[in-house]
Design a protein around this ligand. Structure first.
Ligand code: FMN
Length: 412
């Protein structure tokens, strides 16, 4: 292996399996949940829309927020270098809807100086009210550059990124949080140390997606690890991973003692999950059961908001909408042909005319509500930079290589 090659971790011996923890009995909170305080911000219902690249732009956030107005809805990750370079795509992702509060951005980067510059832009241009830092991305393109979920292995780098961002944001009243995974794999776990560093450097809260990089989206989020982190830290911990329905959220809080929950894939095509969770946290069994007609109305609203997001470019809006349509309709018996034609639509009118022809009175069959959706596989391989695991801190040569390679275009 040459110095320019990635280190590839392989042979974790894990099998593909879907999460069977569905079909829960209705759950009740064992103790009432307090609002979570993030510096000057208060999150009355401690539920967070977890950042999802390509998903949590403002149109989707606004739709989710409509069902749970007092949660935290985080934008997808913005690559620090792209923001510093004023890349138009990155700037579009930093936009918020007029009434969105708090405005929550996530930054990603490897080079502490660049992440600091990005944070400085956020502060100077009053772009957001909260900054989350991404140390959880498992995508090879990111981890092979030492970013995302590879980064917490290097404790000096993790400390420096958080320290610099907190130093810029805190005086402006912008709380900083950090999101990370359990580790690179079970031989290289980092979450307890990462939590201690985040707390020590002034993060207001942390989110733990309780899988390793190697686990990617396969198997289970191991909620025991969330409980361990809660026991370790004084700042609030948001538990994350495999919440598909409100009863999962309650179960996670009861099992782990976490201060709040973060929802990713469970919100895809189910923005009313935020209303369900709000009800469940308030001790009510009320759950949404939208008809197909109501779901289609949400799709059309989403189409209109996306058209605004893309400055009137309907084609871009509909292309973005396609994956959401697939999620919204998942579980409804609409037929393969309808699904295929929806995936070929180029205009909002085409989407509307196909949806109008459906049997809009139908409800989702109970057996598919709250079931896993979206990504569910293990990583084929984990890529980290050459020599990455040899030491817990970076050496000058490593930093030079990493920082020169800090990407403009990190993607989930
Ligand atoms: C399509 C997709 C994009 C994602 N993008 C991001 C991201 O930009 N930043 C981040 O911190 N996590 C990202 N994640 C991870 C989620 O925020 C979340 O941690 C993960 O999906 C586990 O939670 P869940 O089981 O509720 O989905 C992404 C996940 C998916 C499926």
């Amino acid at each position: 292996m040459s110095r320019n090659d990635d280190l590839v971790l392989d042979g974790h011996g894990e099998t593909e399996r879907l999460d069977p923890r569905t079909d829960r009995e209705p759950q009740r909170l064992a103790r009432p949940l307090e609002p979570v305080r993030l510096g000057p911000l208060t999150v009355p219902t401690p539920v967070m829309l977890s950042p999802m690249a390509g998903v949590t732009n403002w149109p989707f956030r606004v739709i989710c927020e409509g069902y749970g107005p007092d949660g935290l809805y985080v934008a997808e990750m913005i690559t620090a270098r792209a923001l510093v370079a004023r890349n138009p795509k990155a700037l579009r992702l930093c936009r918020f809807a007029p009434g969105e509060r708090p405005r929550s951005l996530q930054l990603y980067g490897v080079n502490p100086a660049i992440v600091e510059q990005a944070a400085r832009i956020v502060v100077d241009e009053a772009m957001a009210d909260h900054v989350d830092l991404n140390f959880g991305c498992p995508v090879p393109k990111v981890t092979r550059r030492g970013g995302g979920s590879a980064l917490p292995w290097k404790t000096d780098l993790l400390t420096e990124v958080i320290r610099r961002v907190v130093r810029v944001c805190e005086p402006a009243g912008i709380p900083v949080t950090a999101k990370f995974r359990v580790g690179i794999d079970h031989d290289h776990e980092t979450f307890l140390e990462a939590g201690r560093i985040a707390q020590g450097e002034g993060c207001a809260a942390v989110t733990l997606h309780a899988r390793t990089t190697a686990e990617y989206y396969g198997g289970h989020s191991d909620w025991n690890r969330i409980g361990e982190l809660v026991g370790e830290l004084d700042i609030p911990v948001f538990g994350n991973g495999d919440i598909w329905g409100a009863d999962d959220a309650v179960a996670m809080v009861n099992e782990t003692g976490c201060a709040g929950v973060a929802i990713g894939r469970g919100a895809q095509g189910r923005p009313w999950l935020f209303a369900d969770i709000r009800h469940a946290f308030a001790g009510s069994d009320e759950r949404a059961d939208p008809s197909l007609g109501e779901v289609c109305a949400v799709v059309m609203r989403h189409a209109a908001l996306l058209t605004e997001f893309y400055d009137g470019d309907e084609r871009m809006a509909v292309h973005d909408l396609r994956k959401h349509i697939a999620w919204y309709l998942k579980g409804f018996p609409v037929g393969g042909q309808v699904r295929r034609s929806l995936m070929e639509c180029e205009s909002v009118d085409q989407v509307r005319s196909i949806l109008d022809a459906l049997d809009l009175a139908r409800h989702m069959p109970a057996r598919v509500v709250d079931k896993p959706r979206g990504r569910t596989r293990f990583a084929k391989k984990v890529h980290v930079p050459y020599g990455w695991l040899d030491s817990r801190t970076t050496n000058p040569e490593e930093r030079e290589r990493l920082f020169g390679d800090d990407p403009m275009d990190a993607e989930y």
